[in-house]
Design a protein. Structure first.
Length: 97
């Protein structure tokens, strides 16, 4: 993904662009599943309330299965995970808080 190989969607978040694979995003999040099902293009704009750094952390989680963060960043990750309907991440973040 970081090299852009076979990426078929560009996720735009707060002025940053994250290349990704539609199938991977759709499998990880009902939000992405529904958004990507309804759109035909290779560009996906996320709401301005989503923090790009928190999204990058969750994108890393989607691809690697691991979420690395500092405690201060936890509320931002919780907010983004909730918006993306990644309930397992919401549950884990809530347990830590």
């Amino acid at each position: 993904r970081l090299e852009g190989k076979f990426c078929d969607v560009a996720v735009h978040v707060g002025g940053r662009v994250f290349p990704a694979h539609k199938s991977v995003l759709a499998a990880a999040s009902p939000f992405f599943h529904d958004k990507l099902l309804l759109q035909d293009g290779g560009r996906l704009l996320l709401p301005p309330a989503i923090d790009p750094d928190a999204f990058e952390g969750l994108l890393h989680l989607i691809y690697s299965g691991r979420l690395t963060l500092v405690l201060e960043a936890l509320p931002g990750h919780l907010l983004v995970a909730s918006g993306l309907q990644m309930w397992h991440v919401v549950d884990q973040c809530s347990e830590i808080l």
